[in-house]
Structure formats: C-alpha cells, structure tokens
Design a protein around this ligand. Structure first.
Ligand code: NDP
Ligand code: GDR
Length: 374
C-alpha cells in the first residue's frame, strides 16, 4: 500500500511529489462500532474481521463485565499482530469521549449501534432513552462533523441503526416511503436520530446512511426481548428448571429475521457510491403466538400448558403489525435474508436447550439455585 504516496509514485510523476490525499484510507480499513457489546455489535465485529477490518469498539463502564458476547473474539492487545479488535471506554452521553476516540482511532467507517434498545423499558426511563438514542446519535454526528472539518478526512462513512418501530401504527407493508408514527419514547427517539442523520447528510455532505431494520434475533439476543425470553423458557422447561412463562400481548405481529444476516446489510449500505436510507426485512410476519407454537412444538411441548398472561408486560401503546417491504435493499444492495422464520426459531431453541442443560448440571451439583441464571 506504500506505492501511491511514497518514492515510487513520485518517480512515475517525473519527480513531482504526489499530493497528500488525507481522505483516502490506506492499509487495513478501520471500523468504529458503538454498541459493540450488544447482539448486533458482536455479529458485525465478526463480519468486519472476516473482511480484514481492524475493529474498534466503544464500551461503557459497567459494574459487571459486559463483554460476554465478544469474549470469544477478544485477543489480548499485548499480542498485537493478532488483536484486530480493540475496545475503548466511552459513552453516547459523553460527547468529549466520542470526539477524542475519533481523533485517536481515525476510523473509515462508523456504525452507531448503541442504544437503550428495549421498547417497554423506554416507557419507564423516557428521558434517559432520548438522551442515548436521539441526542447520543446527534453527539456522534457532531463529533464526526467536527473531526472531518479538523482533519479533512471526508471519506468517513456513518451508519445509523434505525428501527421498524419508527413506523409504529402505520399499516404494513412498510417501506422507505411509509410515514413514521412512533408509539413509544424509544421509537420517537429513533425518529429524531433518523432525521439528524438525514440532516447531517444534507447540510454537511457527510456520507451518512439510515438502516431501517425490522426485528432481528439470534441466540445472542438479550433475554428480555420476547423471542429469546420464549426460547430460554423452552430450554429451561424442557430440562425441568422452570414451569411457567409470563408474557404480555401474544397477538402482535413482527417481521423477524436473523441478526447475522442483517449486519451484512449495514456494511453494504456503506459500500455504495451514494449515501441513502434502506428498509431491511424478511417481508414475512408472524404473531408472538405463532413464535410460541413453533418454539414449544419443536421440542414436543404445548405452550398453552406453560404460558401465563401477565399485564405487567402489556405496553401503554402497542405496535400491532410490522411487515417490511425491502425491495430497495434487495435491488440496490443485492441483499437478501438467508435464514427463514422456522430455521431462526429452531436455531435459538437448540442453543438454549444446550445452555439449560449446562445450568441443570450446575443446579444438580449444588452450585446454582434453579431460579438463578448464570
Ligand atoms: P442491544 O440492546 O443488544 O445492544 C445495545 C448496545 O448499546 C450495547 O452494547 C449497550 O451496552 C450499548 N449501550 C447502551 N447504552 C449506551 C450508552 N449510553 N453509551 C454507549 N453504549 C451504550 O441492541 P441490538 O444489538 O439488538 O441492536 C443494535 C442497535 O440496533 C440498537 O440501536 C437498536 O435500537 C437497533 N435496532 C435493533 C433491532 C433488533 O431487532 N435487534 C431492530 C432495529 C434497530 P451494554 O452491553 O453495556 O448494555
Ligand atoms: P420490539 O421487541 O418491541 O419489537 O423491539 P420485543 O421482543 O420486546 O417485543 C415484541 C412484541 O412482543 C410482545 N410481547 C413481549 N415483549 C417482551 N419484551 N416481553 C414480553 O413478555 C412480551 N409479551 C409480549 C411485545 O408487546 C411486542 O409486541 C425490538 C427491539 O430490538 C428494538 O430495539 C427494535 O428497534 C425493534 O425490535 C425493531
């Protein structure tokens, strides 16, 4: 990679030095991911490492370790030849930390995945949710803008993790041209982040994209989202550690895909000639009840024997029906999902059965209470 700016290029130019082009990346591309410890952050890191990137992740301070989803990728930085994922402390509520790491890391691509991402919890902590999800995105965009203006690194590309929740009560199928009608503080904050991203693209010419992603799940999904809550319960019920599962509204429909497929769409958006916004979805929708049928049925259980409705899990305002139209992502990005609904549910149940079997061993040996989870 040295030829374009070193002596050999000058020789080709007849002795004139090649002008420095600070906007061009050289060598291994660098990605910066906020929310690297989350579900999507872990899959995106694996994906970018497989493409030869150096991946930098911002992690927030926690009193417990919060790197479980990326521990398997982590290599001690003292082993510098192999350690292509690096972690730094920062927080989306701390603007100075964001700008400082941009200046130190000099990333080529930035993926803003960090969020208080639980819709029901956003009704409990609306102010904090807006601070991280909406203002956090604005802080990062502003850090990117001032970093570019100070360094001339205009090639930087930015991805904003938008959500189908922004469509809220707009009837399906939802596409890029469907209006937003958010139904929670989380969704309203994501709409703000969406428009901040559009505005920084239009006002400053920043290469910034919004991915409007429909629900995507995996064995790494947080345990209080409905899919993982169900598959964890199936595993624990199957090995005799639990008998009841408390849920809220079973009639909501979601367009559920596999997180591993969706991180590729994020990357593809940043590889295009022009920045744009894209809906990413399977285009297939199922109710929570249908998810229960497949998950319990797969291991020979009947969900009606175990599920108890608890009003605590019913939201003040619900999003009833999400089903995406991802024609644009399919035609422009050449993206399509590889994992279908049944395969996704079975993948999650398989992993959670294994996890529950390990818990059972610990419970039987007296190392764990059956109510506890490791
Ligand atoms: P997760 O909840 O699994 O991960 C969220 C990440 O954000 C975690 O790494 C978390 O850190 C981090 N985070 C939370 N607050 C802060 C903060 N104040 N400063 C810095 N980091 C913070 O979410 P997913 O991986 O599922 O989703 C990724 C993104 O995509 C989110 O923005 C989400 O809203 C959005 N999205 C998700 C969809 C889905 O179906 N999964 C669909 C559409 C959009 P920690 O580990 O310490 O908690
Ligand atoms: P969602 O996901 O709100 O779509 O947001 P979640 O899995 O939390 O809810 C899906 C649907 O299931 C119903 N539900 C329950 N949900 C939870 N969490 N717990 C329950 O006990 C329960 N019972 C029924 C909900 O009412 C809802 O209708 C996810 C998040 O990842 C967001 O960050 C992301 O933006 C959107 O997906 C797209």
């Amino acid at each position: 990679h040295t030829s374009s700016t070193s002596g050999s290029a000058a020789a080709i130019n007849g002795g004139h030095t090649t002008p420095k082009t600070p906007s061009q990346p050289q060598g291994r591309k660098k990605a910066l991911i906020t929310g690297i410890t989350g579900q999507d952050g872990s899959y995106l890191t694996e994906f970018l490492l497989s493409k030869g990137y150096e991946v930098h992740g911002l992690i927030r301070r926690s009193s417990n370790f919060n790197t479980q989803r990326i521990n398997h990728i982590y290599i001690d930085p003292h082993n510098s030849h192999k350690a292509h994922m690096k972690l730094h402390y920062a927080d989306l509520t701390d603007a100075s930390s964001l700008r400082r790491w941009l200046d130190i890391i000099l990333p080529d691509e930035i993926y803003n995945l960090a969020a208080q991402s639980h819709v029901a919890v956003s009704f409990e902590i609306p102010d904090y949710t807006a601070d991280v999800v909406a203002t956090g995105a604005l802080r990062l965009l502003e850090a990117v803008r001032s970093h570019i203006s100070a360094t001339g690194r205009t090639h930087i590309r930015y991805y904003q993790a938008g959500s189908s929740e922004m469509f809220g009560s707009t009837p399906p199928p939802q596409s890029e041209s469907s209006p937003f009608h958010p139904r929670s503080p989380y969704a309203a904050a994501k709409c703000a982040a969406h428009w901040y991203t559009v505005n920084y693209r239009e006002a400053y010419g920043i290469f910034a994209c919004n991915g409007v992603l429909f629900n995507h799940e995996s064995p790494r999904r947080g345990e209080n989202f409905v899919t993982r809550k169900i598959t964890r319960a199936v595993g624990r019920i199957k090995v005799g550690l639990q008998s009841k599962l408390f849920l809220g509204n079973l009639q909501a429909s979601r367009d559920w895909g596999f997180a591993g497929d969706y991180v590729e769409a994020m990357w593809l958006m940043l590889q295009q000639d022009k920045p744009d916004d894209y809906v990413v979805a399977t285009e297939e929708s199922h109710t929570v009840e249908e998810f229960l049928e497949v998950a319990f049925g797969y291991v020979g259980l009947k969900w009606r024997d175990h599920v108890v409705i608890d009003k605590r899990y019913v939201r003040p305002a619900e999003v009833d029906n999400l089903k995406g139209d991802s024609t644009k992502a399919r035609s422009v990005l050449g993206w399509k999902p590889k994992v279908g609904f049944e395969q996704l549910v079975k993948m999650m149940v398989d992993e959670d059965i294994e996890l529950a079997k390990r818990e059972r061993v610990l419970v039987d040996a007296g190392y764990l209470d059956a109510q506890q989870q490791p």
